[in-house]
Design a protein around this ligand. Structure first.
Ligand code: C5P
Length: 205
């Protein structure tokens, strides 16, 4: 089934937006772009000494599969490069191209509903308390074999929230027409259920 909808899923770090986006992509057969990976790849290159703007301008989709883009070091570098307007301008094109596919698309990030796809058919803004998000990310990173402390994960999440919300260029804010979901007391299945009800009702109308 081609749903032909553009679905924007913005939200805070480790809020569950990535998991929800993947489930939507799978169940509605739409392509999914985790836009955080674009910033992570640029951040990764910057840590290797590459200039951020040239890294963003030469971005290759196959490089998104580079391992260890999920480390705390790369997360931090990603949110640093994300403040740079020239980096954002290069990545904007890549994201809009992806969203223009005829069958629809789901994109998750920070500015999808506000800047990348302001005309998206459905917009969500997903968040949870910093403590809950840090617990989730901590478990995920442990599962990936990283050796980290909970305190470091929590601090990194709070620093990123602060930087992402307060930057001048495309700050992380819910679009005025976004449906806000606080997942602190919800399981992923509960979140998915409420999100898919909204998508289904949009498809019926
Ligand atoms: O979503 P994820 O946590 O992987 O994103 C990593 C960083 O990339 C974020 O903290 C944010 O600074 C940046 N980002 C952004 N705009 C997006 C997606 C991610 O600024 N659309």
């Amino acid at each position: 089934m081609k749903i032909g909808l553009i679905i924007a899923i913005d939200g805070t770090a480790a809020s569950g937006k990535g998991t929800i986006s993947k489930k939507i992509a799978q169940n509605y057969s739409v392509p999914h772009l985790d836009t955080g990976l674009l910033y992570r790849l640029v951040g990764y290159k910057v840590l290797q000494g590459v200039d951020p703007v040239s890294a963003a301008s030469q971005l290759r989709a196959d490089e998104l599969k580079v391992l260890d883009l999920k480390t705390l070091r790369v997360s931090n570098a990603a949110s640093e490069v994300a403040k740079n307007p020239a980096v954002r301008a290069h990545l904007l094109e890549f994201q809009r191209d992806f969203a223009s596919k005829p069958g629809g698309a789901v994109l998750d990030g920070r500015d999808i509903g506000t800047v990348i796809c302001p005309n998206a058919h459905i917009k969500f803004f997903i968040t949870a308390s910093p403590d809950i998000r840090a617990q989730r990310r901590y478990k995920e990173l442990l599962g990936l074999g990283h050796s980290i402390s909970f305190e470091n994960v929590l601090r990194e999440i709070q620093e990123r929230d602060e930087r992402d919300s307060n930057r001048k260029q495309s700050p992380m804010v819910p679009a005025v027409d976004a449906i806000k979901i606080d997942t602190s007391d919800m399981t992923i299945n509960e979140v998915y259920e409420s999100v898919s009800k909204i998508i289904d009702s949009k498809l019926e109308n």
